[in-house]
Structure formats: C-alpha cells, structure tokens
Design a protein around this ligand. Structure first.
Ligand code: ZN
Length: 142
C-alpha cells in the first residue's frame, strides 16, 4: 500500500477522526479508503447504464463572497444539450441555490456532477438520478 499526503481543512479532518471513533474504524486512513471507493463506485450502477435518465442537481453557495453563480452559468452553457432547465433562488438571506434538471446518460450526468463538485466555494452539492424510459405499462393508467 502507498502512503500519500493529502491536504484538507482541519474541520474536515476532525470530522473524519470523530467518524472513525464513533463507527469503530481503525483510523482515518480506513475512513478515507472507504469514502474513496464509494465515490469511485457511485456512477457505476449497472441498472442505470445505457438508459435515458433524469438528474436533479442542487448547489448551495454564499451570495456575498463567491463567484460560483458565474461558474454555474458557464457550466450550463457548456452542457447545453444536457441541461433541460435551470432555476436560481435565494435562500436563508445570503445564500443562492442553483437547481439543474438534466436529461441524458449516466456518463453525461456524472461528468456534470463531477464538474459542479470540483467548483470551489460551494457549500453543498446534492443530486438524484431517475430513469425516465420505463414507468411501467401505461395502459393501466386510464
Ligand atoms: Zn443568487
């Protein structure tokens, strides 16, 4: 196994150590290994491959101190064929919430979510993915 040096904020490190203690991990390395495997496996879902999917992505950021809004606008333009709609709202006084509705493949959606996550100064990034190619027999609905 290789030993690597990773920079992260003290606050995050404290949370990792606390998590390791609370959940009986041998230490922070084990937590980070498991978290990395989960992240890498996240978009490997065979059930969702080669299907038409809808994704909803929400991004929360601070209105006063960041240029996240501009970066979100660039992402929207860069992925114009994927972004079906986009909504911007102000929440909690000083925060902006950007919501994207995506329509595309798992690869497209995972690329988009990856770019949103890589954006500096976001507070939270959440998403969900739902197949839209099979809602069961429509004949039963009338
Ligand atoms: Zn705003």
């Amino acid at each position: 196994m290789s030993v690597v040096s990773v920079s992260m904020p003290d606050e995050l490190l404290n949370r990792i150590d606390q998590f390791a203690e609370d959940h009986g991990y041998t230490g922070r390395s084990e937590v980070i290994r498991e978290a990395s495997r989960n992240l890498l496996g996240e978009f490997q879902d065979k059930e969702l491959e080669d299907r038409e999917l809808m994704g909803v992505v929400t991004v929360l950021f601070d209105y006063e101190t960041t240029n996240v809004e501009e970066k979100m606008m660039h992402l929207r333009h860069e992925h114009e064929s994927l972004v079906a709609s986009n909504f911007h709202s102000h929440v909690g006084g000083h925060h902006c919430m950007e919501l994207f509705v995506l329509e595309g493949t798992l690869d497209d959606i995972s690329t988009f979510v990856g770019k949103v996550r890589a954006t500096q100064d976001t507070l939270t990034v959440d998403y969900s993915v739902t197949p839209v190619d099979d809602f069961g027999p429509l004949a039963d609905m009338d």
